[in-house]
Design a protein around this ligand. Structure first.
Ligand code: NAP
Length: 249
């Protein structure tokens, strides 16, 4: 049977960490990427190993093309060519209106959320494509319900970067559909992770949950399950598609 090898960007915390743990349970060898928090990445790897799985931590900024090249080369050397990529690393910045956003902020958000996902997907396609000698594979992008909602008065830049991820998912899926690669996205709603602290409001989920039809925030594991389904053979005829994990919002 083909080995299952996965790279998850931003897997030291939050949704990426939950997906890494679940992937290892399902038999994937997991490359746990992080950018700053090596202790957290090491903890994810240790948990996976304690449970009998295989994983290693790999430092690198997805916004840097050189770092992405090095991350993929490290995965190649350690496990061989990947069969699954989760483009999960994403950032948002302090709540601000568009009228007050400067180009430096926009560049940071788009470099990580959009360009990082493109460059990682490019490297994955080069390894997976049956037209380039690969054995196929699957990619899941982390978008957001923000791509539908726009995030007014909070972070329209972040929402627009996720809109770009939606379009990227549709376009890339069609481009590589006959090369053995499926490309899908998950759009989480408001999930309990540390991302909200970087927007300046650690308790944002609890403030917002009354607006969610299910009247609660989501857990990272609930998002991870959708990611893993899209990567699995259960989703063998699903590409260019989206799962909203947002409690009905
Ligand atoms: P989080 O808790 O803030 O964790 C972010 C992860 O990304 C960390 O592992 C961080 O690494 C890593 N990271 C940040 N910038 C990076 C970079 N430039 N290169 C590599 N890794 C980087 O985030 P989360 O809430 O789990 O979000 C994960 C994804 O889901 C994001 O794409 C986010 O936009 C999306 N999402 C989240 C929510 C939500 O409510 N939480 C809702 C919709 C969509 P370090 O630990 O080293 O800093």
């Amino acid at each position: 049977m083909q080995q299952k090898i996965m790279l998850i960007t931003g897997a030291s915390r939050g949704i990426g960490a939950a997906a890494a743990l679940l992937a290892a349970e399902q038999g994937y060898k997991v490359a746990v990427n992080y950018v700053r928090n090596s202790d957290a990445a090491d903890q994810v790897v240790a948990k996976i190993k304690e449970a009998g799985g295989e994983a290693f931590a790999v430092l690198g900024d997805v916004a840097s093309e050189a770092d992405v090249m090095r991350i993929f080369e490290t995965v190649d050397r350690t496990y061989g060519p990947l069969t699954a990529l989760v483009n999960n690393a994403g950032i948002l910045e302090q709540h601000t209106r568009v009228a007050d956003m400067d180009a430096a902020r926009l560049n940071r958000v788009f470099a990580t959320n959009v360009i990082g996902s493109f460059i990682c997907a490019r490297e994955a396609v080069r390894r997976m494509s049956t037209k380039q000698g690969g054995k196929g594979g699957a990619i899941v992008n982390l978008s957001s319900a923000a791509s539908r909602l726009g995030s007014p008065n909070e972070y329209v830049d972040y929402a627009a970067s996720k809109g770009a991820i939606d379009t990227f998912t549709i376009g890339l899926a069609k481009e590589v559909a006959d090369e053995g690669i499926r490309v899908n996205a998950v759009r989480p709603g408001i999930i309990y992770t540390e991302i909200h602290a970087s927007g300046g409001e650690p308790d944002r989920v609890d403030r917002m949950k009354a607006n969610v039809p299910m009247k609660r925030g989501g857990e990272a594991i609930e998002v991870a399950r959708a990611v893993m389904w899209l990567l699995s053979d259960e989703a063998s005829y699903t590409t260019g598609s989206f799962i909203d994990v947002s409690g009905g919002r």
